[in-house]
Design a protein around this ligand. Structure first.
Ligand code: ZN
Ligand code: ZN
Length: 398
């Protein structure tokens, strides 16, 4: 490690299964083979951090540091001294394709091609993988390569996958049963330093403010995957239920692709934000027209029947959350007949992450970051729990 790196640091730790989070002192982590050590500038606050600190999601290890939207700089490499990063945002946005086209390609490629890629290459440090879902990114394929000390990177939710199972081999690494997650299976970014497998970090723009980049790494990427899963037709009518960090970025991605966005949320401040960002409507109860697709961001299962009922024939409802309260009984005629589809969204692939970061580089979203000091990370989670954050909370660290 660099001579400037201290040996001890203060880090937040989830006390789950007891709800809460405490500030601890612990050794600065040492990167293992194929890993990088990242000095953290900022870490976005995600509702999943809340579920992990409140015990809605079972802890995978004791006193884990939450946080999986980490912006920082590589300050050391693991003992093998070389590591590949996933391709990134800015380095490979070489095409001038409009984002609607890019999305269509991504969807089509994901369904139509047979993969020749194996994720094993990522683990071997052999360079970025050619994911079958990443058709459009091929032009930037050589932009990956080894990640070096000093580079600015993002550490996101998906920490690692096996690279060998049927899901990994067919390009659905988000479904890998052996996948591991930052801030759940390993310590995350509510700390000055974090380690991560080099093949799973994203190169980030050197100049953008950290608080504007951090929310892209989960709120943005997961929302983008939900948008793909919603399978909107061109110039479609999209409903967003709940309007927090992820929805405010997803709305902008959808608007950039030419869709119409309707927002349904209880929060008056969020409705105002939605309209300010270009939503066609924002209400507390129901969208004003039938929808081609909708994304449920609120972790409220009782909204599922309502959201299905608001879909037009053939419409799709994608549930974006990792945690959802109980879904009431569905009525086949009212909620599902006429080929309405209900589907979940499970994490994301690195291809999703690269595609979203590329879109964000081409159409920079208006990120409504709400910064908190490192010492106030627990308060940031409290505010999120009380729905008092309008935009995306970010813990500022470095
Ligand atoms: Zn796998
Ligand atoms: Zn998240």
């Amino acid at each position: 490690m660099g001579s400037d790196t201290p040996s001890l640091m203060r880090a937040w730790a989830a006390t789950a299964p007891r709800p809460g989070m405490v500030l601890t002192e612990r050794p600065v982590p040492v990167p293992g083979p194929g890993e990088v050590l990242v000095e953290v500038e900022a870490c976005g606050v995600c509702r999943t951090d809340l579920h992990l600190t409140q015990g809605d999601l079972p802890p995978h290890r004791p006193l884990t540091t939450p946080g999986h939207q980490v912006v920082g700089r590589v300050v050391a490499l693991g003992p093998d001294g070389e590591a590949a990063t996933t391709r990134t945002a800015t380095a490979d946005h070489t095409t001038g394709a409009n984002p609607a086209t890019a999305t269509t390609h991504t969807i089509a490629a994901g369904h139509a091609t047979t993969t020749t890629h194996t994720g094993v290459a990522d683990h071997a440090g052999g360079g970025p993988a050619a994911d079958p879902t990443d058709h459009e990114a091929t032009a930037g394929h050589t932009a990956g390569g080894p990640v070096a000390v000093g580079e600015r990177v993002g550490v996101a939710w998906l920490r690692s996958t096996c690279g060998r199972c049927r899901y990994c081999l067919r390009g659905d690494e988000n479904l890998c049963p052996a996948s591991a997650y930052t801030g759940w299976d390993a310590d995350g970014g509510y700390a000055p330093y974090v380690t991560a497998p080099a093949g799973y970090v994203y190169r980030l723009d050197d100049d953008a403010p950290a608080e504007r980049l951090a929310p892209l790494l989960c709120a943005g990427i997961i929302g983008y995957r939900a948008l793909l899963r919603a399978e909107l037709p061109p110039r479609g009518r999209l409903g967003l239920y709940g309007f927090g960090a992820s929805a405010h970025l997803t709305a902008q991605a959808a608007l950039a692709q030419g869709h119409t966005v309707h927002v349904v949320t209880r929060s008056a401040a969020a409705r105002e934000l939605a309209l300010g960002l270009g939503a066609a409507s924002a209400s507390g109860d129901a969208p004003p027209e039938p929808l081609d697709a909708a994304i449920l961001f609120a972790p409220a299962g009782e909204l599922v029947p309502r959201a299905l009922e608001a879909l037009d024939r053939g419409g799709t409802l994608a549930v974006a959350g990792i945690h959802l309260s109980e879904i009431p009984a569905l009525d086949y005629d009212r909620h599902l007949f006429e080929e309405r589809t209900l589907r979940s969204v499970t994490a994301n692939t690195r291809a999703d992450g690269r595609a979203y970061l590329r879109l964000s580089a081409e159409h920079p979203p208006d990120v409504r970051a709400v910064p908190y000091a490192f010492e106030d990370a627990a308060r940031a989670l409290d505010d999120l729990a009380k729905d008092q954050v309008s935009g995306a909370a970010v813990v500022m660290i470095g």
